[in-house]
Design a protein around this ligand. Structure first.
Ligand code: B12
Ligand code: SF4
Ligand code: SF4
Length: 380
């Protein structure tokens, strides 16, 4: 075995000891992936995620993020702690959160592990330079991981691994020395299209192509403003991200679970009414260190209001009326919609009475839409 192969193997073994369950090495980003990324941007599929269009040069060239890069160590971390099926849609009084978001923010959990692996690489290659990426850097992680043999990009656009599934994070350490490269993974989606068919908002517009603007993960986490009307019903009870396309993927019936305590649900009961009542202090306390804090309180309660509107649960009416006086216009706007869904025309006098001093356009607009809807029905 050559020295490079030996060193790479020792680094891989250490990565496994640290808890990474997948390790692979690649040298470059394929020109096909760069082309596909640029096509995706040209169609505006990134929506409001301006960070996706800001660093095109960096995302298209590893050298632009790390001069002198010779190898990319790609890593996989399983976050699956519990079985999940589509039954959650019938529990309409509860919000559904993505499996990855049930406990601590993984960016923080994973950093320490990466630093230890980085130290090991530097022990093996004295004086080498390294750079860690965990999700947030301007690099195309999935195509890199595919060419490092960690899995293939499925039609739902997530990376999947045979016998493991897709419930894992990917991350990288770029290094300026040559490591032994891995064999790339091959696509095993075949004729299946379950993910495309299940998607509630038809966000997978073609196999391997996702229009983020339609994806519930984007709508509930990344989008900062008003959720477009056309998607609100389809959101159902999703309140933070979406796992649907992964739940139905046949490769996830083999999904292996992790025993890493950092990913276990810290509080499984996401009762919508209870969440609707969270004030600023309670929100901060409940979601401290959780990925959910990304949406801030106003984003989460916006989503919760939509889910309550979809719940058919009339006991939500009282808490929703209380929320009409919330200090966040974004929340009030979605509460208006939710009351319209639950009470129909009967919501109008309540809104007129409670929102007499309303100044915010986004809220007034929702009331106006509801009025127009019932006026049109009267005309007919
Ligand atoms: C932006 C982003 C999002 C956006 C857009 C998602 C997307 N599919 O691009 C939104 C907010 C919607 C999102 C959602 C989710 N995300 Co996200 N997200 C990212 C981020 C930051 C960038 C991804 C990116 O570059 N997208 C741009 C497009 C152009 O890239 P692409 O999907 O790789 O696909 C293009 C090319 O790869 C190319 N292509 C490549 N190979 C092939 C092959 C063929 C045949 C074809 C035709 C095309 C093709 O075509 C595609 C263009 O159409 C990455 C982290 C990172 N830095 O990479 C995490 C990341 C992709 N997200 C992740 C996760 C976990 C999720 C969610 C599952 C979270 C959730 N449960 O809600 C969902 C999944 C939604 C879905 N179906 O993809 C993980 C995925 C892990 C995995 N197993 O793959 C990542 C890698 C974060 C991480 N470090 O672990 N995410
Ligand atoms: S995450 Fe949900 S909304 Fe997004 S593509 Fe998958 S099924 Fe569709
Ligand atoms: S559901 Fe089917 S088509 Fe979609 S990613 Fe999984 S195997 Fe591929």
């Amino acid at each position: 075995m050559s020295l490079i192969n030996e060193k790479t193997l020792r680094i891989e073994n250490f990565a496994k000891e640290l808890g990474f369950d997948g390790f692979g090495v690649t040298r470059e980003l394929s020109s096909k992936s760069i082309k596909k990324y640029k096509e995706w941007l040209s169609l505006n599929y990134q929506g409001e995620m301006s960070y996706m269009s800001r660093n095109v040069e960096k995302r298209s060239s590893l050298n632009a993020v790390f001069a002198g890069v010779q190898s990319v160590v790609c890593l996989r971390t399983n976050y699956l702690t519990e079985d999940k099926d589509m039954n959650f849609i019938n529990k309409k009084d509860r919000g559904d959160l993505s499996l990855y978001a049930l406990n601590e923010d993984y960016h923080e959990v994973l950093m320490q592990r990466h630093k230890e692996l980085e130290k090991k690489i530097k022990e093996e290659f004295d004086g080498c330079q390294t750079k860690i990426y965990i999700d947030t850097g301007p690099i195309l992680e999935k195509p890199l991981a595919q060419s490092a043999g960690l899995g293939w990009i499925g039609k739902h656009t997530n990376l999947i691994t045979e016998h493991i599934g897709s419930y894992y994070f990917i991350s990288e350490i770029l290094v300026d020395v040559i490591l032994k490269v891995s064999e790339p993974s091959l696509d095993k989606c075949g004729t299946c299209r379950s993910c495309i068919d299940i998607c509630p908002t038809k966000a997978i517009v073609a196999p391997y192509i996702l229009d983020s603007r339609r994806c519930i993960s984007y709508l509930t986490i990344e989008l900062k403003g008003v959720i477009p009307l056309e998607f609100r019903k389809a959101l159902g009870n999703h309140i933070y991200g979406c796992d649907d396309c992964q739940i139905v993927c046949p490769w996830n019936s083999f999904a292996v679970k992790t025993d890493d305590q950092s990913f276990f649900a810290r509080d499984g009961s996401f009762q919508l009414i209870e969440l609707m009542r969270l004030d600023d202090v309670a929100f901060r306390k409940r979601f401290k260190k959780s990925p959910v804090k990304r949406t801030k309180r106003r984003g989460l309660l916006r989503n919760v209001a939509v889910a309550l509107g979809n719940s058919g649960n009339l006991s939500a009416v009282g808490p929703l009326i209380d929320a009409l006086t919330d200090h966040e216009p974004l929340i009030r706007a979605h509460v208006v919609w939710a009351l319209g869904e639950l009470l129909g025309k009967k919501a109008l006098p309540i809104l007129d009475k409670t929102l007499t001093h309303e100044n915010e356009d986004i809220v007034k607009n929702e009331v106006e839409l509801l009025k127009q809807y019932y006026n049109k029905r009267k005309d007919k």
